[in-house]
Design a protein around this ligand. Sequence first.
Ligand code: ADP
Length: 761
Amino acid sequence: MESFAQKRIGVLTSGGDAQGMNAAVRAVVRTALHFGAGVYAVYEGYRGMVEGGDRIRPLSWDDVGSILHRGGTVIGTARSAEFRERVGRLRAARNLLQHGIDRLVVIGGDGSLTGADIFRREWPDLLAELAREGEIDPATAQAHPALMIAGLVGSIDNDMVGTDMTIGADSALLRIVEAIDAITSTAASHQRSFVVEVMGRHCGYLALMSAIAGGTDYVLIPESPPPEGWESQMCELLRHGRASGRRDSIVVIAEGATDQAGKPISADYVRQVLEDRLGEDTRVTILGHVQRGGTPSAFDRWMSTLLGYAAVEEVLSATADSEPQMIGIRYNRIDRAPLMECVQKTHSVAQKIAAKDYGGAMALRGGSFTEMFQVFKRMAESMPSVTPAQPRRLAIIHSGGLAPGMNPAVRAAVRLGLDRGHVLLGVRGGFQGLIDGRIEELKWGDVEGWASMGGAELGTNRQIPTLEQFYAVGRALETQRIDGLLVIGGWAAYKAIYELYRERERYPAFKIPMICLPTSIDNNLPGSELSVGADTALNVIVEALDRIKQSATASRRCFVVETMGRFCGYLALMSGLAGGAERVYLHEEGVTLKDLQADVESMIESFRGGRRLYLAIRSERANPHYTIDFLSRLFEEESHDCFDVRQVSLGHIQQGGNPSPFDRVLATRLATRCIDYLTHELEKQSAESAFIGLAEGKVTIFPLKQMADMVDWTYRRPKEQWWLGLRPMVRTMARLSVEVEKEGAERLCGKPILPDTSKAG
Ligand code: ADP
């Protein structure tokens, strides 16, 4: 490994705080120490950098322990007027150089990142001035000719162009949707209307996604002001909704919403309109700072961990000529993009909104944002927008294990199917229900409230029709005159449809378009990097891990926790990353006696070195013999009373709970495309079948015949699993070397190194 011993990195959080910043800071610190570089926290953002002194302090491995689950930022954030001035930045440069820091990881919004770039560009001048004034000696100026920066976007608004998600946005959405769910139940009880205002001055992400996930009636976002006369249209929509079965009405409004003329629309104005025109008792809820609060979601923890890791790689490999990069997420992968290009594009969204170029603003937000805005509108209207000559009968059926998000998927499919002029049929009880004729028509109001519901209202089971049942399945499809089939489910659903597809020549009734929509907490389905339900399960596991960790009252304890997933280790690995596990056992990787011995040894060494808690996560079928019980007994036996061991099997709580906003939105997005697919195939008079998923972040439809090439039938998982590439990250974040733990900060940072003439760059 290249030696980075002379390289010193500063990390700061700046601007508004966001959940997940701590995970990023932790990852920056641990990755830097892992690579042998020194790492300093700049406390209170740029203010601390300008003030210097003990605002800039080295961080050790342990300093960032137990912060993953905390909201906000443990190293503080502040606004700094001084840093906006050159004289402030001059002092900041002086203070960084005192510690030999010439690499910065800045975690903040577009303001903070702009500030960082200005600072970087001025750096050589600032150093020259400091040298002239005798504040630093020329050798120091020579040794640090450039400031190398990497930007991570901490912003709950998800307002940065160039990354799919910003740190904190997923958690904020979780908070908002929890609030909308709570408001929905009280609104429904009293048949009331609510106007909910969420953050987003120039960005409608939180408003739009919470409107979709919360199943609300209307949304107002800055990028796409409502058309002229929107008040009447909104009231009409709400009236229709009520007539079709809704008991509550909710309008979500982004704080920066305006009308077409650019005039702000306030939550209070919307309330007034609803009261005046509908005679509804209407309340306003402004969510404000609760959106920033609370513990970060699982996604914000694992994503920020990856971002922090990549940011350190970036600043360590950067040279004086490197273009500064923003590290973000694109299609579930870490992605680098030129920092200032992203900031400028972000500013241009605001400029386009100000110039009333709303088409341009929406275009910069990207295709899926625009698509989801259209989907929301189609779902909210209870009137079909298409009246086909011949209405088609589309059936929806579940199969496979229960996954949170099945209900929102059905709701979206029903409403979007109705919007396309189809007749929608719900099959109760999986394939047996189909055979038994437990089928009913689903109307717009029948799926009301399903957006937020866990479980599966239509019922699901793991039954795959046997050869003997094929005839009965075919009969049922014919007698019910089913033209197309949407199967929302897990492994059993995919297997069943694949079998039906293979038997099409023998059973002509199977020659109808069919499509599978992936729902499985295990995330083990082909063609989709994420299946609906996995995010919810991950959040449940991470919340449980937080509690388990908190419960450790013993001075030294090892927890062995088992997650679901059968042969697929997704939940184990990702909860290990998000929950700060020291070790994860996966079937994909295998578990050997040699591994276990090494684990026991490093565990003992680490506890002897002062560790208090060790978390091991075992995926359900990691190994048939090295069970959770075996591992716990082994660790207990070998602990020699140095620590105690507890085992926790999380079990079925992982399938329960209301779906997370992410899963609701994903379910909606996929269901839309499934309905479009079936519609299209029927129009073409084709009887093709397919499965849908997110592949490299994009909704992709795969012909069913490809399935056999993509799955490992024995272990019931896809042959390619993208997340396996993240395994080394768990090791890096949990490095158990006592040497690093104890000596890390002192050895690598030590005393201030000014002046340092040893190395340039
Ligand atoms: P955010 O980073 O969330 O957009 P701000 O815009 O408030 O938040 O920026 C945070 C801090 O970043 C500011 O208080 C200031 O110190 C610094 N900063 C922002 N813009 C600039 C700029 N143009 N030049 C120098 N520093 C800036």
